[in-house]
Design a protein around this ligand. Structure first.
Ligand SMILES: [Fe+2]
Length: 195
Protein backbone atom coordinates (compact mmCIF):
# COMPACT_ATOMS: atom_id res chain seq x y z
CA UNK A 1 0.00 0.00 0.00
CA UNK A 2 1.41 3.35 -1.00
CA UNK A 3 1.45 6.48 1.11
CA UNK A 4 0.05 9.73 -0.30
CA UNK A 5 1.89 12.94 0.53
CA UNK A 6 -0.16 15.42 2.54
CA UNK A 7 -0.61 19.04 1.58
CA UNK A 8 0.60 21.70 3.96
CA UNK A 9 -0.05 24.61 1.60
CA UNK A 10 -2.27 26.21 4.24
CA UNK A 11 0.97 27.17 6.02
CA UNK A 12 2.33 29.13 3.06
CA UNK A 13 2.65 32.81 3.87
CA UNK A 14 1.25 32.21 7.34
CA UNK A 15 4.25 31.22 9.43
CA UNK A 16 6.23 34.18 10.72
CA UNK A 17 9.91 33.78 9.91
CA UNK A 18 9.49 31.04 7.29
CA UNK A 19 9.02 32.34 3.74
CA UNK A 20 6.88 30.73 1.05
CA UNK A 21 10.04 29.88 -0.91
CA UNK A 22 11.52 28.14 2.13
CA UNK A 23 8.37 26.17 2.86
CA UNK A 24 7.76 25.21 -0.79
CA UNK A 25 11.30 23.86 -1.06
CA UNK A 26 10.77 21.92 2.15
CA UNK A 27 7.44 20.49 0.98
CA UNK A 28 9.13 19.33 -2.22
CA UNK A 29 11.82 17.56 -0.26
CA UNK A 30 9.19 15.86 1.90
CA UNK A 31 7.46 14.66 -1.27
CA UNK A 32 10.75 13.05 -2.25
CA UNK A 33 10.83 10.99 0.94
CA UNK A 34 7.24 9.87 0.37
CA UNK A 35 8.19 8.78 -3.15
CA UNK A 36 11.21 6.88 -1.91
CA UNK A 37 9.23 5.17 0.86
CA UNK A 38 6.73 3.98 -1.75
CA UNK A 39 9.48 3.00 -4.18
CA UNK A 40 11.32 0.91 -1.59
CA UNK A 41 8.07 -0.70 -0.44
CA UNK A 42 7.18 -1.65 -4.04
CA UNK A 43 10.65 -3.01 -4.73
CA UNK A 44 10.60 -5.11 -1.57
CA UNK A 45 7.44 -6.83 -2.83
CA UNK A 46 9.42 -8.35 -5.69
CA UNK A 47 12.93 -8.39 -4.22
CA UNK A 48 15.31 -11.31 -4.16
CA UNK A 49 15.19 -12.35 -0.52
CA UNK A 50 17.74 -15.15 -0.81
CA UNK A 51 20.85 -13.06 -1.37
CA UNK A 52 20.65 -10.74 1.65
CA UNK A 53 24.06 -10.16 3.06
CA UNK A 54 25.85 -8.00 5.62
CA UNK A 55 28.42 -6.71 3.10
CA UNK A 56 26.16 -5.95 0.17
CA UNK A 57 23.05 -7.15 -1.57
CA UNK A 58 20.45 -5.01 -3.37
CA UNK A 59 17.64 -6.25 -1.13
CA UNK A 60 19.74 -5.67 1.98
CA UNK A 61 20.25 -2.07 0.89
CA UNK A 62 16.52 -1.63 0.38
CA UNK A 63 15.94 -2.90 3.91
CA UNK A 64 18.74 -0.75 5.35
CA UNK A 65 17.51 2.44 3.72
CA UNK A 66 13.80 1.95 4.35
CA UNK A 67 14.06 3.63 7.76
CA UNK A 68 15.50 6.75 6.09
CA UNK A 69 12.55 7.14 3.72
CA UNK A 70 9.94 6.08 6.28
CA UNK A 71 11.22 8.36 9.04
CA UNK A 72 11.93 11.14 6.53
CA UNK A 73 8.26 11.01 5.63
CA UNK A 74 6.73 10.72 9.10
CA UNK A 75 9.06 13.11 10.93
CA UNK A 76 8.27 15.78 8.34
CA UNK A 77 4.52 15.23 8.69
CA UNK A 78 4.75 15.48 12.46
CA UNK A 79 6.88 18.62 12.10
CA UNK A 80 4.60 20.42 9.63
CA UNK A 81 1.61 19.45 11.76
CA UNK A 82 3.15 20.88 14.93
CA UNK A 83 3.80 24.26 13.27
CA UNK A 84 1.06 26.84 13.44
CA UNK A 85 0.61 30.54 12.68
CA UNK A 86 -1.44 30.68 15.89
CA UNK A 87 0.34 28.25 18.23
CA UNK A 88 -1.51 27.18 21.34
CA UNK A 89 0.19 26.92 24.72
CA UNK A 90 1.02 23.66 26.44
CA UNK A 91 -1.90 21.92 28.15
CA UNK A 92 -2.01 21.35 31.91
CA UNK A 93 -1.45 17.57 31.74
CA UNK A 94 1.58 17.77 29.48
CA UNK A 95 2.96 20.71 31.45
CA UNK A 96 2.78 18.63 34.63
CA UNK A 97 4.58 15.75 32.91
CA UNK A 98 7.23 18.13 31.53
CA UNK A 99 7.86 19.62 34.96
CA UNK A 100 8.15 16.13 36.42
CA UNK A 101 10.54 14.87 33.75
CA UNK A 102 12.62 17.94 32.96
CA UNK A 103 12.12 20.30 35.87
CA UNK A 104 10.69 23.10 33.76
CA UNK A 105 9.40 24.03 30.35
CA UNK A 106 12.44 26.24 29.90
CA UNK A 107 14.83 23.34 30.47
CA UNK A 108 12.93 21.17 28.00
CA UNK A 109 13.08 23.91 25.36
CA UNK A 110 16.80 24.31 25.97
CA UNK A 111 17.28 20.54 25.53
CA UNK A 112 15.37 20.56 22.23
CA UNK A 113 17.50 23.46 21.05
CA UNK A 114 20.71 21.74 22.14
CA UNK A 115 19.72 18.68 20.11
CA UNK A 116 19.21 20.73 16.98
CA UNK A 117 22.58 22.39 17.47
CA UNK A 118 24.25 18.97 17.81
CA UNK A 119 24.22 18.12 14.11
CA UNK A 120 22.09 17.37 11.09
CA UNK A 121 18.85 15.82 12.17
CA UNK A 122 15.89 16.18 14.46
CA UNK A 123 15.06 17.01 18.03
CA UNK A 124 12.12 15.05 19.33
CA UNK A 125 10.03 15.16 22.48
CA UNK A 126 8.68 11.67 23.01
CA UNK A 127 6.57 9.71 25.45
CA UNK A 128 7.80 6.18 26.16
CA UNK A 129 4.98 3.65 25.85
CA UNK A 130 6.99 1.26 28.03
CA UNK A 131 8.01 3.49 30.94
CA UNK A 132 5.65 6.46 30.65
CA UNK A 133 8.64 8.82 30.76
CA UNK A 134 9.17 11.80 28.50
CA UNK A 135 12.47 12.06 26.64
CA UNK A 136 14.27 14.48 24.38
CA UNK A 137 16.32 12.76 21.74
CA UNK A 138 18.52 13.93 18.89
CA UNK A 139 18.04 11.92 15.71
CA UNK A 140 20.96 12.09 13.29
CA UNK A 141 19.86 12.09 9.67
CA UNK A 142 16.40 10.51 9.96
CA UNK A 143 17.18 7.17 11.46
CA UNK A 144 20.14 7.15 13.83
CA UNK A 145 19.34 7.46 17.51
CA UNK A 146 15.63 6.65 17.46
CA UNK A 147 14.58 5.48 20.92
CA UNK A 148 12.52 2.30 21.12
CA UNK A 149 8.77 2.31 21.78
CA UNK A 150 8.17 6.06 21.72
CA UNK A 151 5.18 8.19 20.80
CA UNK A 152 6.44 11.41 19.19
CA UNK A 153 4.84 14.49 20.74
CA UNK A 154 6.93 17.21 19.08
CA UNK A 155 9.18 17.03 16.03
CA UNK A 156 11.70 19.77 15.25
CA UNK A 157 13.55 19.71 11.93
CA UNK A 158 17.16 20.80 12.30
CA UNK A 159 18.35 19.93 8.80
CA UNK A 160 19.87 22.80 6.87
CA UNK A 161 17.23 22.50 4.17
CA UNK A 162 14.65 23.59 6.76
CA UNK A 163 16.14 27.09 7.04
CA UNK A 164 18.97 27.74 4.53
CA UNK A 165 16.86 29.82 2.12
CA UNK A 166 15.75 32.18 4.88
CA UNK A 167 18.67 32.09 7.29
CA UNK A 168 21.75 30.82 5.48
CA UNK A 169 24.01 29.22 8.05
CA UNK A 170 22.41 31.03 10.99
CA UNK A 171 20.72 28.07 12.59
CA UNK A 172 20.14 29.86 15.93
CA UNK A 173 18.06 32.49 14.11
CA UNK A 174 15.89 29.73 12.65
CA UNK A 175 15.44 28.27 16.12
CA UNK A 176 14.43 31.68 17.47
CA UNK A 177 11.69 31.95 14.87
CA UNK A 178 10.51 28.42 15.60
CA UNK A 179 9.81 29.51 19.16
CA UNK A 180 6.97 31.55 17.65
CA UNK A 181 5.47 28.76 15.54
CA UNK A 182 5.87 25.50 17.46
CA UNK A 183 2.41 24.56 18.66
CA UNK A 184 2.58 23.07 22.14
CA UNK A 185 -1.18 22.61 21.98
CA UNK A 186 -0.62 20.00 19.26
CA UNK A 187 1.99 18.26 21.42
CA UNK A 188 -0.51 18.29 24.28
CA UNK A 189 -3.21 16.71 22.09
CA UNK A 190 -0.78 13.97 21.05
CA UNK A 191 0.13 13.43 24.71
CA UNK A 192 -3.51 13.01 25.78
CA UNK A 193 -4.18 10.68 22.85
CA UNK A 194 -1.18 8.55 23.77
CA UNK A 195 -2.06 8.29 27.44
FE1 LIG B 1 13.21 18.63 6.54
Amino acid sequence: MTHTAKSYDHLLGKLPGLSEAQLKAHFGLYQGYVNKMNEIGTNLQKADLKTCNYSFAPTSELLRRYSVAHNGTLLHELYFENLSPTPKPVGAELKQAIDGNFGSMEHLQALLRAGILSGHGWSLLTLCNHTGRLSVSFIEEHHRGILADQRILLSVDGWEHAYMIDYGTKKPDYLNTLDKTLCWGTASERFLKAK
